[in-house]
Write a protein that binds this ligand. Structure first.
Ligand code: FUB
Length: 338
């Protein structure tokens, strides 16, 4: 089990203490950290990277993960506890391969782990598994969530108690394959139509039992300040994967990775359904091809959990980190230069 103190003070030249985040976990490779505060404690739901000897390709075949661990921390900068295997691919009856970025939610004393994995036909679906403990072990439902597809579920419960799932990812995440509503395995990256609106991430309200979608899946529209949708060729700004939602001062902040340009970007709205107006980049590229984050409030401060490849130098062997997320007085996010 990993037990490390995560941040090291590296510089005190200014009156602010400057922290250089260190990997939170050093005995396993971890990525895609979805962090939540349950009962006053921080829980992290990451991917568990392994070296499966699969060559790198545009479909992410080299991310061939087989289980999930859950981690907890009593405080930022505190000890990180590994609670062991929370869900193994062999216990998901419909799963084929590649357990990618998960998320978790809690309702009525039950904890829900949402996870994307390819089914036996090699199509990504989103599964759900339940536990009475935030650390699992989780028991998977016998089939994926009906109507689910693609990757990177991010589950957000609004202040009125309504829960939404945001999801999707292009290229290896297969979102482009569903653009007509039917699955088309021939579409490997995007639609190749740079002057058309970019493929949209998805949003859907969850049913009260948190196990199914309560309504048809909708597009999350991301528009520029002039009201026009971001275009598919706008790789610096358009959605690629890794959605996250948080609410601050009544506004909904939809954040995501731009994928092949390696930024974290965000867009805001007055509604959880959007449309979301693009605001900018808030994190520059980390080491490694992927960038994936979550944003959480703890003890009155906001934090970003993310990953890079400091430990391995290899894109498919990542390590999770945390650092403070700062805002300007107007609520906009300060740019992080990792
Ligand atoms: O970890 C596998 C994939 O890499 C995730 O699903 C993406 O968001 C990217 O981080």
């Amino acid at each position: 089990n990993a037990c490390n103190s995560n941040n090291q003070k590296t510089d005190t030249a200014s009156s602010d203490t400057i922290f250089s985040p260190k990997p939170l976990v050093t005995d396993l490779y971890t990525a895609d950290p979805s962090a939540h505060v349950f009962n006053g404690k921080i829980y992290i739901y990451p991917s568990h990277d392994i070296d499966a000897n699969v060559p790198q390709d545009d479909e992410g075949g080299h991310f061939d993960m087989k289980d999930y661990h859950v981690y907890s921390m009593d405080k930022i900068d505190g000890k990180v506890t590994d609670h062991g295997v929370a869900l193994d691919i062999k216990d998901v009856p419909w799963a084929g391969r590649q357990m990618w970025a998960p998320d978790a939610a809690s309702k009525n004393d039950t904890y829900y782990l949402y996870f994307p994995v390819k089914d036996k036909q090699d199509v990504f679906r989103i599964g759900v598994a339940t536990s009475k403990s935030p650390t699992g072990p989780f028991k998977a439902e016998p089939a994926p969530i009906p109507g689910s597809y693609s990757i990177d579920p991010a589950v957000f419960t609004d202040t009125d108690g309504t829960t939404y799932m945001y999801f999707g990812g292009i290229w290896g995440g297969q979102l482009q394959r569903w653009h007509t509503g039917e699955y088309d395995a021939s579409l490997k990256t995007d639609l190749g139509k740079d002057n058309e609106p970019a493929l949209s991430p998805k949003v859907v309200r969850m049913s009260n039992d948190m196990l199914t979608f309560a309504e048809p899946v909708k597009d999350v529209q991301i528009i520029d300040k002039g009201g026009k949708p971001l275009l598919a060729g706008d790789h610096d700004r358009r959605f690629f994967e890794g959605a996250w939602m948080h609410k601050y001062n009544g506004k909904y902040y939809f954040s995501y990775s731009t994928g092949d340009t390696h930024f974290l970007a965000y867009a805001t709205s007055d509604s959880p359904y959007g449309p979301f107006t693009y605001q900018g980049t808030f994190m520059e590229p980390v080491t490694g091809w992927t960038t994936h984050h979550s944003i959480v409030e703890f003890d009155g401060k906001w934090y970003i959990f993310y990953h890079d490849v400091e430990r391995s130098g290899k894109t498919h062997l990542r390590n999770i980190k945390v650092r403070e997320l700062k805002r300007k007085p107007d609520g906009s996010l300060e740019l992080i230069k990792p």
